[in-house]
Write a protein that binds this ligand. Sequence first.
Ligand code: HEC
Length: 170
Amino acid sequence: MFSKKLGAVGFATLLAMFLSGTAFAECKFVGTHAGEPPFTIKVTDADTPEAKEFLETCKNPYTKRFVADPELAKKGKKKFGLYSCTQCHGGDGQGQTGPAVIDDLWQYSKHTTDKGLFETIAGGSDLGMPTWHQQLNGNPDSPSTDEILMIIGWIRANFKGKDPEKPWLK
Ligand code: HEC
């Protein structure tokens, strides 16, 4: 009797997991602020296939493409200028009042992954990086998922550090 009951509960749990299957596939972000709870970003009608893929898999489809084609990577650099990231990080990301984004001196070890970089750019940090994602700061003129992904693609394509591993290409 007891084991039968357990079996029923187990089955109900499995069924619930199956029915909400897409929720499990969603990329869950760990905020960079100390003690910040995990957050998700909603897929919108305006999202590109690349943005949708990232929100599902946590993998940035622009990275390999931009690294292979510096001409294409300029799309990301344009966004880096458009949103005045240059004011703190310099015109080429070489660093100014903010740290360089093109060397391998990462502020947080998770920045060797595109998911980690996305978390800091989208959500901001305690040490002066503003919150940029339009869904998180409530400003529709702020960058979208797609624009942040293009910027990350450019940061990877413009990498001047020595790390032979380049974990973001894996
Ligand atoms: C007001 C100044 C300021 C602006 C504007 C700004 N940042 Fe930052 N950013 C910072 C600071 C300061 C840090 C370091 C934060 C920390 O260590 O917690 C940082 C960190 C970063 C990092 C991590 C760098 C590393 O070495 O690990 C990236 C990537 C980054 N910013 C990208 C951007 C992008 C993209 C934009 C534009 C959308 C932007 N930043 C705009 C100040 C700024």
